[in-house]
Design a protein around this ligand. Structure first.
Ligand code: IMP
Ligand code: MG
Length: 217
């Protein structure tokens, strides 16, 4: 169960006014609708930092960024923790399980992490989104196995959690938003490596799904 109150984005379209949102010109027509505004994201990140600070006062968690998707969320979360004078260490790991809009169910860990830095530490894995929970259901036991002595604790902080029609294999303790089951992009989340470079979070359109990124220079 999440320890904080996630903001629930309803199933029905929100009809948000996206006219002031900015994104690279090459993405024109690639979004069906806006799911979450930049300002809503910033507020949610602030509340997550408040909750983490409450729970980790007097200790220095190791904040592990799960690349690449969590990168913008991670940076803003660390900024907010600094405002609380909350100390932390940083680590990075690269993991992938998606090809196109489908989870392959096959989790690849592509290195970067020094597991010795997690020994006996309180670890917070920072994720962009928990969908099926497959990625975390591989990653967490693997980290425990690879680290000797193991971390004192491992928790997950995810900006988003998708409401899917079966139980998630792993639930994050800290969740910013509970969202309906759409393929979304932006604020770090990609489709074939595009759309990470937007500040808001969008539902991708068919044109976006079909777009061939190799035509961009
Ligand atoms: P899971 O293993 O099914 O929980 O999927 C988790 C990973 O898949 C996330 O860390 C994302 O990188 C990616 N992912 C899941 N849903 C989406 C989405 O809607 N848009 C972009 N990436 C997604
Ligand atoms: Mg991810």
């Amino acid at each position: 169960m999440p320890s904080n109150e996630a903001i629930v984005i309803p199933d029905e379209p929100r009809n948000l006014d996206a006219s002031n949102c900015v994104y690279p010109a090459e993405y024109e027509g690639h979004f069906d609708s806006l799911m979450i505004f930049k300002d809503e994201i910033r507020k949610a990140v602030q509340s997550l930092a408040n909750k983490i600070h409450e729970d980790y006062q007097g200790c220095r968690p190791v904040m592990v960024c799960i690349l690449k998707g969590a990168n913008p969320f991670y940076q803003h979360l660390l900024d907010a923790l600094q405002d609380h004078k909350q100390g932390y260490n940083t680590e990075f790991i690269r993991v992938s399980s998606y090809e196109g809009t489908n989870s392959t169910g096959h989790v690849k860990i592509e290195g970067g992490l020094d597991v010795n830095m997690l020994q006996q530490k309180h670890v917070i894995l920072v994720e962009d989104i928990v969908d099926t929970g497959t990625t975390l259901s591989y990653l967490i036991p693997m980290l425990k196995e690879m680290t000797n002595p193991p971390p004192a604790s491992i928790e997950v902080c995810s900006l988003l959690s998708k409401r899917i029609n079966k139980p998630q294999k792993v639930e994050a303790k800290y969740v910013g938003f509970s969202i309906p089951d759409h393929f979304i992009v932006g604020y770090g989340l990609d489709h074939n490596e595009l759309y990470r470079d937007t500040e808001d979070i969008w539902i991708i359109s068919q044109k976006g799904i079909d777009f061939d990124p190799s035509c961009l220079s």
